[in-house]
Design a protein around this ligand. Structure first.
Ligand code: ADP
Ligand code: XUL
Length: 556
């Protein structure tokens, strides 16, 4: 890639420490994928006994955590796998990564010393087993901090004010409410904590052998950072816990160098001493980079463990539903996002109950059933949902007179659907909710949708996206846009460091990436206007029922 002066021999390494796995993508100097690896938490690290990478606490409602040490060991394993493949670590010019957003890591007093003196003859897990004051990190699926959320919002002057200040209203999974909960429930643990990292800055810390800064983008997912000034907000800190600023360390832009690579990696794996560690960031923001999303008409839908919908905006408008983060590859624009907790794991639940545990059968059911599902609407919350804030529960309705007009017609609740209708009700329901909430948030109707995440491999789901949103759907060659985005950001950070300043990410504004075929257009596209308008009516009906459910059962 001569025009950006990246030496031809270089490689860029990007990770994604997500809910269920640690993935890696390697790019060469032309930004072509030349390697991938994956460590699955449940199957490759069975001794942690996680299910889907997490522990669901049977005793405390909504408490969902992951063993912090498991992420450390996953890094050991993935690096050993690369080593066994004779991967030439010496060529890596920069490393960066993605991590599931919002999860927090609590470093015990004295751990900075352990980090700075890692012995290359030992694994990381052997050296860090005693480094955490909280051994099980609260993660993005947790919703056990509702009380702390309300208290923080009240202290700041209300939910909308907190959203104006930090980019989001208080969310149970955000680090701020989680930290407040630990301070309230385990003050001695809070006192014994010298540093609180996000999962992203925690992983970067492992690479630099010291505490990494929190990047501005993932930092916006804490309810602690002033989104305009990109500094810790004094009022938000005070509303959360005493002495917090010191425990959080500094903030830094996502393109910044986190620090020099720890000698551990040079000695153990033969990395170059010159290899840079670029700030890690959240998985969704890195997906935005990996999908080269660069125009307000682009909308991304990520169908991973969580489902997310995101696009770019030129300004930050406070809202009760969406999340706003600084764009990780730009200094001017923002990333606007909606998040659903009931994504792939809920699809798997319906697949297992109704489609013999087979994605093929699941897809056949989608093919067999008509669009609009004969007026059958379903709400499936296997976990407490984020959007809308509803508890675990399934709700199924049939519209009484669906073929005429969906708006204003009556519906009646039923206990179950036949299996094919259940599959369609789930998928249509998830997608109609995305469209309805995206419109409610003021996102413009998309000109094109770029789908990513594990379930974007399913062509029948992509086809439903095209019909429900009424636009073309693009996808990426490999559904792991988060580790791809991390590798691209590693290259971007390397470039910024080379130039001595922020430079716009060059390949976001050229057709270079398109040509290197990271995107391919689906043959099947939208275009049925009649169907689109029927979906619009169904979406309104769905929102109407959803509002009623929220009034009756909602957490807000
Ligand atoms: P993460 O958020 O952990 O990175 P991924 O993006 O890797 O998750 O997605 C993993 C999910 O992809 C699995 O839980 C699985 O349900 C889903 N998945 C994989 N293949 C298919 C398919 N053909 N159809 C629908 N979903 C799929
Ligand atoms: C985003 C969110 C999830 C996690 C999943 O706000 O909570 O998408 O990032 O890894």
């Amino acid at each position: 890639m001569e025009d950006f002066s990246i030496p031809q021999n270089s490689l860029f390494l990007g990770f994604d420490c997500s809910t269920q796995s640690l993935k890696a993508t390697v790019l060469d100097a032309n930004l072509t994928i030349v390697g991938t690896e994956i460590v699955n938490f449940d199957s490759d690290l069975p001794h942690y006994k996680t299910k889907d990478g997490v522990y669901r606490d049977p005793l405390i409602n909504g408490r969902i955590v992951s063993p912090t040490l498991m992420w450390v060991e996953a890094l050991d394993i993935i690096l050993e796998r690369f080593k066994r493949l004779n991967f030439d670590f010496a060529k890596v010019a920069a490393v960066s990564g993605s991590a599931q957003q919002h999860g927090s890591v609590y470093w015990k007093k004295g751990s900075a010393k352990i980090l700075s003196s890692l012995d290359h003859k030992k694994s990381l897990v052997d050296q860090l087993h005693d480094a955490f004051s909280v051994k099980e990190s609260p993660i993005w699926m947790d919703c056990s901090s509702t009380q702390q959320c309300r208290a923080i919002e009240e202290a700041i002057g209300g939910a909308l004010e907190l959203s104006r200040l930090t980019g989001s209203v208080a969310h149970e999974r955000y680090a701020g409410p989680q930290i407040r909960k630990i301070f309230e429930m385990q003050p001695e643990v809070y006192r014994d904590t010298e540093r609180i990292s996000l999962v992203s800055s925690f992983m970067a810390s492992l690479w630099i052998g010291g505490y990494a800064c929190t990047d501005h983008t993932d930092g916006a997912g804490m309810n602690l950072m002033d989104i305009q000034s990109r500094e810790w907000s004094k009022v938000a800190l005070e509303a959360t816990a005493p002495g917090l600023e010191e425990k959080l360390g500094k903030l830094a832009p996502a393109h910044a160098v986190a620090g020099p690579l720890a000698s551990y990696y040079v000695d153990r794996y033969n990395f170059s001493k010159k290899c840079l560690v670029i700030q890690w960031s959240g998985d969704n923001p890195n997906s935005l980079a990996g999908l080269t999303l660069n125009t307000p008409g682009d909308l991304a839908i990520s169908l991973g463990t969580s489902d997310t919908v995101f696009g770019i905006a030129n300004y930050h408008k406070p809202s009760l539903e969406g999340h706003v983060f600084p764009n990780p590859v730009d200094t001017e624009t923002y990333m606007v996002m909606l998040v659903y907790k009931n994504g792939s794991l809920t699809r798997e639940d319906v697949r297992n109950r109704c489609a013999n545990g087979s994605w093929d059968v699941f897809s056949d059911y989608l093919r067999q059933t008509p669009p609009l599902n004969g007026g059958k609407i379903g709400f499936y919350y296997k976990e407490h949902e984020i959007l809308p804030p509803l508890p675990v529960g399934f709700h199924r309705y049939i519209l009484d007179n669906y073929s005429d007009s969906h708006a204003g017609v009556n519906e009646h609740e039923v206990a179950q659907f036949d299996p094919p209708s259940e599959v369609r009700a789930l998928i249509e329901g998830q997608l109609l909710s995305m469209r309805g909430h995206a419109e409610r948030l003021g996102l413009p109707p998309p000109k094109r949708i770029i789908a990513t995440g594990g379930a974007s491999a399913n062509i029948c789901i992509l086809s439903s996206i095209a019909s429900i949103f009424g636009c073309d759907v693009y996808t990426v060659q490999r559904p792991d846009s988060a580790s791809l985005g991390a590798a691209l950001r590693a290259a971007h950070g390397w470039l910024c460091n080379e130039k001595g300043n922020f430079v716009p990410i060059p390949w976001m504004y050229t057709d270079k990436l398109e040509k290197t075929s990271l995107s391919c257009k689906l043959a099947e596209t939208a275009g049925d206007e009649e169907l689109l308008s029927q979906y619009t009516l169904l979406m309104k009906k769905r929102l109407e029922i959803e509002n009623r459910l929220v009034q009756k059962l909602g957490r807000r």
